[in-house]
Design a protein around this ligand. Structure first.
Ligand code: PEP
Length: 255
């Protein structure tokens, strides 16, 4: 059985007080409402990582995630945070390759490969993001190959044992923060293609064990249909993860 995962990417939002209030609401609601088999990951900005874990230590299905890590082990990289520092703060997951980082911080497939290695070497689970642009989607062909190519470039150097520890998030760039969501048919088509691509490298058994999340304007009104797709194993949630009610309702969207 693949893990069902709902991860909240807070991006650059939430003061300390706002973050603490949001976590405490999510934790309290999750306790009563969310199936304990659903893995919930909260990915706040770095400073929140210092206190956040203590707020849900008693809840086995809630985990802590960071939004990025540096590609080097340590050293003179002012302003950066390494995977080993994250691990020392009890972080479990790290989002890598988000389209905003690819676009605004020029993160290439090659650089992401190094970040993935750092994450795995420090026992962090990478949530590796991939996805096509609007222009690529509108071109009508080649977008599936492009997204599979992102996986090849940044992840296919891993051994099967390492690859088994990765979570994939398919996030069509045209759906992130735009209010436009991929239809469940579009999501299923890409997720199935990604799983087939992974199977071509690592075999069907391993491909069947990898969680592939959907991200892009996911909200409680569309996640029940998206999560019902056979190859969609949950979501990476941006805007809707900042509202406890919405985030919890999304985590309740699995059949
Ligand atoms: C994201 O940033 O990963 C994301 C999916 O954002 P949103 O849900 O706001 O589209």
């Amino acid at each position: 059985m693949r893990k069902k995962i709902v991860a909240g990417n807070w991006k650059m939002n939430m003061t300390k007080e706002e973050g603490q209030a949001l976590i405490s609401e999510v934790v309290n609601m999750a306790k009563d409402e969310v199936n304990s088999q659903v893995v919930m990951v909260l990915c706040p900005p770095f400073p929140h990582l210092g206190y956040a874990k203590k707020m849900f230590q008693s809840q086995a299905n809630i985990f802590l995630g960071a939004q990025n890590c540096h590609e080097k082990t340590s050293g003179a990289y002012t302003g950066e945070v390494s995977a080993s520092i994250l691990k020392s703060f009890d972080v479990d997951y790290v989002i890598l390759g988000h389209s905003e980082r690819r676009e605004y911080f020029q993160e290439s497939d090659e650089l992401l490969k190094l970040k993935v290695d750092q994450a795995l070497a420090n026992q962090l689970t990478p949530i590796f993001c991939c996805g096509e642009s609007l222009a690529q989607r509108q071109a009508g062909s080649g977008f599936i190959e492009f997204v599979c190519g992102q996986i090849t470039q940044s992840l296919f150097h891993l051994s099967s044992e390492q690859f088994a520890k990765v979570v994939i998030a398919y996030e069509p760039i045209w759906a992130i923060g735009t209010g436009l969501t991929a239809t469940s048919a579009q999501a299923q088509e890409m997720h199935a293609a990604l799983r087939k691509h992974i199977a071509s490298q690592h075999g069907q058994k391993l491909a069947d064990e990898i969680s592939i999340l959907y991200g892009g304007s996911a909200k409680p009104s569309n996640t029940p249909e998206l999560f019902a797709c056979p190859d969609v194993d949950g979501g990476l949630i941006g805007g809707a993860s900042l509202k406890s009610r919405d985030f919890i309702d999304i985590a309740k969207s699995f059949k």
